[in-house]
Design a binder for this molecule. Structure first.
Ligand SMILES: *Cc1c(COP(=O)(O)O)cnc(C)c1O
Length: 231
């Protein structure tokens, strides 16, 4: 059995190693704790340990956590595929959207958001059928076509590495996303500064950090082998 605190120690150890390897500072790295599988109590504990960025992938889960935690210092990240009809429910409750993956979603955000939303454009770098997101060669055109959207700011790109891939494949996926990020950034679009990279999950965050990620999305590594309090 582990405690969340023990898991935090191993994660921070690993983060320290990967950051040193990449000659980067901890302050430049945002750790989004993905709480989608865990209880409100577990989410509270991770917040009490100093993590203020929380990630959810379903509207119901997001709203339940927000209402239970009632904490204005928490920064909320929506990380999963977002159905068009659910946009209205969540878009004004979140600080970051990591999954802008289609034009119809952008259009609905434009209609429903009360102020500009910080978005990551999701890219399916490895071209997997099971994953949503733009293929790398669609990204530029998509971002250019957002010029008239007043409620969308493209702050960066997001990807997921293929599951159970070898280190080399994972590294290649991440480095391709970074290269694409650099290309978008060079366009100098005011609505798409595209300075950020959202990549790296429990299985592969060390590689993502070495490849330049500054938003890692980590869930199971925080909560593995801990019990859920149910009484
Ligand atoms: C669930 C999820 C994560 C976290 O995954 P872990 O393997 O538990 O770290 C990160 N990003 C997205 C998009 C997810 O859906």
């Amino acid at each position: 059995m582990n405690t969340i605190e023990q898991n935090v120690h191993s994660i921070e150890d690993q983060l320290g190693k990967s950051l040193r390897e990449a000659q980067r500072d901890r302050v430049g790295l945002r750790v989004v704790v993905v709480t989608k599988y865990v209880s409100i109590e577990q989410a509270k504990e991770v917040v009490s340990l100093g993590y203020k960025d929380l990630g959810e992938n379903r509207p119901e889960g997001l709203i339940a956590k927000q209402e239970a935690l009632q904490d204005d210092s928490i920064v909320w990240h929506y990380i999963g595929s977002l159905q068009t009809r659910k946009v209205k429910k969540v878009i004004n409750r979140i600080d970051y959207l990591h999954s802008l993956d289609r034009m119809s979603l952008a259009e609905e955000i434009e209609k429903r958001a009360e102020k500009p939303v910080s978005c990551f454009v999701q890219v399916n770098v490895a071209g997997e059928d099971s994953k949503s997101g733009f293929s790398p060669d669609e990204v530029m055109d998509f971002i250019r076509s957002l010029a008239q959207f007043e409620r969308i700011t493209v702050i960066g790109l997001m990807t997921m590495a293929p599951k159970n891939a070898d280190t080399q494949t994972i590294r290649k996926t991440f480095s391709e996303l970074k290269q694409l990020r650099d290309e978008v950034q060079l366009l100098g679009l005011s609505y798409a500064p595209c300075t950020e990279l959202s990549m790296g999950m429990s299985q592969d965050y060390p590689i993502a950090i070495e490849e330049g990620s500054n938003f890692v999305r980590i869930g199971s590594a925080f909560f593995k082998n801990t019990t859920v309090d149910e009484d």
